[in-house]
Design a protein around this ligand. Structure first.
Ligand code: AKB
Length: 311
């Protein structure tokens, strides 16, 4: 058994919940400390209340558990961030810098930090977007993620900090709820399909975005964290392609299982955010550097989502 001691910051969120499960299975529950700004229900120990902006409190948790790796997941996502840009910048940037500083001074050894397809913007080529491209995000979330990527690479180059990152597409899972993103519709739609056989979508039917089933995203994250340091050639953040589809296409996939399902469209402010993001992503570097391979397509994901949500 490895001697890794892991801290997940933001463990109550959509990624945190499933990642905690997977990491606890791999490293043993006692070696994976979950933390969040508040407890939800009766959290499984070890759990600590932690505000990512409270550097002192973070240090005392790192020392108390002799943490070697931090997964920093606390963030404001795209739609929520637009409603409170200053808080989004503060949380998304200063939380990251706090953790990077603890790696710089040797308190911790390795960091995972999620970036997003939101680092791209309206001037980026939208189809098969390459790893290196024009990056002019026009959402505060995307701006903070792009700045975060630059900080990660800077700390790696200047201070040899072992930080690893993935530009997640929209994430879809049945175990945990999404938290304020533009891609959240692709989770809500499954819940509503089972509940009311209809769904009103806040994006237009032809809005194609890259998405990924959470088990693939968790596997990618753990694969990247396990890769030998010399294989991790990109220290900003890796593109991951996922599955590209639009609301019409996910509705058709659901109709293969629930024939009566109907979808209607009422685009809101999130439409402009979605329009600024790529429609499909090229992840050649992740495939070449650490052997990434996706498993779930739209139909396979839809079957698993509906089967599990029905239970
Ligand atoms: C969001 O919609 O904000 C997130 C993301 C794509 O990073 N799911």
């Amino acid at each position: 058994m490895s001697t890794e001691r892991i801290l997940i910051i933001g463990s109550n969120g959509q990624i945190g919940f499933e990642l905690a499960e997977a990491l606890r299975k791999k490293y043993g529950s006692e070696n994976v400390v979950c933390s969040d700004i508040r407890a939800v229900g009766e959290p499984i120990a070890p759990f600590e209340i932690l505000d990512v902006l409270d550097k002192e409190a973070m240090l005392s948790i790192l020392k108390k558990y002799q943490i070697s790796q931090v997964y920093l997941l606390a963030a404001l996502l795209s739609a929520t961030a637009e409603k409170n840009p200053k808080l989004a910048w503060d949380l998304n940037m200063n939380g990251l810098i706090n953790v990077l500083d603890f790696a710089k001074d040797g308190t911790i050894k390795k960091i995972f930090w999620p970036s997003s397809i939101a680092v791209f913007g309206p001037t980026t080529p939208m189809i098969n977007t390459p790893q290196y491209s024009v990056m002019e995000p026009n959402t505060i979330y995307g701006i903070s993620k792009l700045a975060g990527e630059r900080f990660c690479e800077y700390y790696h180059q200047k201070y040899k900090v072992d930080v690893r990152s993935i530009r997640y597409p929209g994430l879809i899972g049945w175990k945990s709820a999404p938290g304020g993103g533009t891609t959240d519709y692709a989770v809500h739609i499954y819940h509503e399909a089972l509940k009311s056989k209809s769904y009103e979508c806040f994006l237009s039917g032809d809005t194609t975005l890259p998405m990924m089933y959470l088990p693939d995203a968790i596997r990618a994250t753990m694969q990247l964290m396990d890769a030998p340091s010399s294989d991790v050639k990109i220290r900003s953040s890796y593109n991951l392609a996922g599955i590209s589809f639009n609301p019409e296409q996910i509705a058709s996939a659901i109709r293969k299982r629930i024939a009566e399902f109907t979808i209607s469209y009422k685009p809101d402010f999130r439409q402009a955010i979605a329009n600024s993001w790529p429609q499909s992503i090229n992840d050649t570097e992740a495939q070449n550097d650490w052997g990434w391979k996706m498993e779930y397509d739209l139909d396979k994901m839809t079957n698993e989502m509906l089967d599990n949500l029905k239970k």
